[in-house]
Design a protein. Structure first.
Length: 208
């Protein structure tokens, strides 16, 4: 049974299509516990100079102000380290990801904690974890679609997560949400069918 970290970043909160899909996924994905983190401008500040400097300083050399500046990064990384499975509910904004999710990545991408440089190049340290990305999009950007070249959501996340050692990543797309009710409902059915395929379509009775 898995310990899950659920990260969501939509401006629509509980009315988010990506979060709704993530909750549908978790109803069917066996897990022991869920730690949930909602990313908003209030809860996930962008990096500033003091935080960046503190994150680059060894913990045993921190001043009291640097410990305070790095506290959020420490907390976010501890959540990832404790998780067996990471579930990201991700809307597409302007062909990419929300800035709050980018800020979360900036806080957890930390040399010496989540990646390191070796003689063979960069090495991600967050290995052995499963990641599911529930991605909601107003248009259709999947492979072969006319707008596929505008998809900077999936490629960026695969690259950023992979850099940290999170290479076992599965995307479930909910597309066409802005293309009318019929298209949205059809594509929602496809996304739910994919969830069913991945989970065996069994409601997880042990979900917490």
């Amino acid at each position: 049974m898995s310990n899950v970290l659920l990260i969501h970043s939509s401006v629509f909160g509980e009315n988010s299509q990506s979060l709704g899909l993530a909750r549908d996924f978790l109803k069917r994905y066996p897990h022991r516990s869920v730690v949930e983190r909602a990313l908003t401008p209030e809860t996930m500040p962008h990096l500033d100079g003091a935080t960046f400097a503190a994150m680059g300083t060894p913990a045993n050399e921190h001043t009291s102000s640097q410990r305070a500046a790095a506290a959020l990064s420490d907390e976010l990384i501890a959540e990832i380290e404790a998780a067996d499975t990471i579930v990201l509910a991700v809307p597409m904004y302007n062909f990419s990801i929300p800035s709050t999710l980018k800020a979360w990545i900036d806080h957890v991408a930390r040399r010496g904690r989540t990646f390191r440089y070796s003689e063979n190049g960069p090495e991600g340290l967050l290995k052995g974890k499963k990641v599911f990305v529930l991605a909601a999009r107003g248009g259709v950007y999947s492979k072969g679609a006319p707008a596929a070249a505008f998809d900077f959501q999936e490629p960026y996340l695969r690259a950023a997560l992979g850099f940290l050692g999170l290479t076992d990543v599965t995307f479930i797309h909910l597309e066409g949400l802005a293309m009318g009710p019929e298209a949205a409902n059809t594509n929602r059915g496809k996304a739910l069918a994919e969830i069913g395929r991945l989970t065996g379509d069994v409601v997880a009775t042990a979900a917490a």
